[in-house]
Design a protein around this ligand. Structure first.
Ligand code: PLP
Length: 451
């Protein structure tokens, strides 16, 4: 028998060694950690009690603001009521209620919701559904997936394969999915610098899909996946007409179009989904983050009537047969569903999506105030998002962005998000005009400090 004192070293509250922090330079972090211990509304609070203005909604996710009472209470109640229901062959009422509410928010006949826990899971799920859908229809030769340069679709093997971020790919290059191709990204500083909203230039980049179809043949292509607005690589709004063109080409060739709305969903662009804002309806939408305002992990895929029915038809007449061989133990976890329902109520009751649409022009004006800053090389904006490209430290890419983020947190009480040398902003949708002014002022101070 193992004696109790042999179970390992004592865990002391201030021991930072054991936790391997994701997407973080761990050695630096553990020298001077950026810790938050509490949150409320627009603010985080450090363990010492210092308030930090959250200009990033955590990680693009706490859209309703932090620790909102109706969400907290719904989670507490759910935890005492039903801790877990098996997610295969059994379920619970709130899962169906939430799926119906999400389907009602989605445009067109995007009527069916498959739940996961993270954006990465949602994206891999959508890619798997695309492959299985074609196979179920007797077009099993459609196995090719098409992503885009500068895309982020999470960290699963599917997501990194269709993703377009070199550092997320090169370390794992031996395990990339075969047969993946990438559209060009849509950013051009030459043609788009300092535009707010959708740039005029770039719709033609969607035509590259026709070139790929000519090269590979449509009969080998299952799906195209894009973020309607690339978020993680620095807010790249779609050029006017671009998404419409992608929809046209994919429909013409029987290729599924997947919108990764992990960031753009749930109000970030002033509508339920980017699909609604742009009036372009894909065949699947993936979502995560804002669905529970980040309070409990939850994600999912919304699929069309046709996709759902294809799977149902594939097992018609055999009522014991499973239609889709996929799922997670924690798909539609009861706590997550309770949090999701309370979050959707809050978005509706406070009109938060409409609030973003009303704030957008003021937000765009406010962030353009930093155009004159000597470090700022470009600014982009869409909905309640913004990105500032900073001049890199010569020879050391990503240093300037990292330093600005760090200065913001330690010295100017603001949480900024750095993606290499780009600083991204995406405050909670409850942000006030005064807080927008404060975000811009503090961001400027952080930039001044690292200039
Ligand atoms: N897709 C997009 C567009 C994202 O922005 C993210 C995360 O930021 C993901 C997928 C991955 O989500 P997760 O980190 O929950 O796996």
């Amino acid at each position: 028998m193992t004696p109790p004192d042999d179970l390992g070293p004592a865990v002391t509250p201030n021991d930072l060694d054991a936790f391997w922090v994701p997407f973080t330079p761990n050695a630096e972090f553990k020298q001077r950690p950026r810790l938050v211990a509490r949150a409320e509304g627009m603010h985080y609070y450090t363990p010492e009690g210092r308030a930090v203005l959250d200009a990033t909604a955590g990680l693009w996710c706490a859209n309703a603001g932090h620790c909102r009472k109706p969400i907290v209470e719904a989670i507490q109640k759910a935890a005492a009521e039903l801790d877990f229901a098996p997610s295969f062959q059994f379920s619970h009422p709130k899962a169906f209620e939430l799926a119906s509410r999400i389907a009602a928010l989605a445009p067109g006949d995007l009527n069916h919701v498959f739940f996961g826990n993270s954006g990465s899971e949602a994206d891999d799920t959508a890619l798997k559904i695309a492959l299985a859908y074609h196979r179920a229809r007797g077009e099993g030769s459609r196995t090719r997936l098409i992503g885009r340069e500068r895309a982020y679709h999470g960290v699963g093997f599917g997501g990194i394969s269709v993703g377009g971020m070199v550092l997320n790919r090169k370390w794992f290059s031996g395990a990339m999915l075969p047969g993946v191709d990438h559209l060009p990204h849509t950013y051009s500083r030459e043609h788009q610098a300092f535009t707010t909203g959708q740039p005029e230039w770039g719709a033609h980049l969607a035509d590259d899909l026709e070139r790929m179809i000519a090269l590979h043949d449509a009969s080998t292509i299952a799906a195209v996946i894009v973020e309607p607005m690339a978020g993680s690589t620095g807010v790249l709004p779609p050029p006017k007409g671009y998404l419409e063109r992608l929809r046209e080409i994919t429909s013409k060739h029987g290729i599924l179009l997947i919108f990764d709305e992990v960031i753009t969903g749930y109000g970030r662009l002033g509508a339920s989904f980017a699909a609604e804002r742009f009036g372009v309806v894909p065949d699947m939408i993936t979502f995560a983050k804002g669905v529970t305002s980040a309070s409990v992990p939850l994600s999912g895929v919304i699929a069309t009537e046709d996709i759902y029915k294809t799977f149902a038809d594939s097992v018609a007449g055999a009522d014991h047969a499973i239609d889709l061989f996929h799922g997670y133990t924690y798909s539609a976890h009861p706590l997550a569903c309770a949090a999701g329902l309370a979050t959707l109520d809050l978005y509706r009751d406070e009109g938060l999506f409409e609030r973003v649409a009303g704030l957008e022009a003021m937000w765009a004006d406010a962030i353009m105030d930093l155009k004159d800053h000597p470090l700022v090389e470009d600014i982009r904006q869409l909905g309640l998002t913004a990105a500032f490209d900073l001049a890199p430290v010569p020879g050391t890419p990503a240093r300037r962005g990292f330093d600005a983020m760090r200065a913001g947190f330690h010295d100017h009480d603001i949480m900024l998000r750095a993606s290499a040398d780009t600083i991204c902003l995406s405050p909670p949708l409850i942000v006030s005009e005064a807080e927008i002014g404060e975000i811009v002022a503090r961001t400027r101070k952080a930039f001044d400090q690292v200039a």
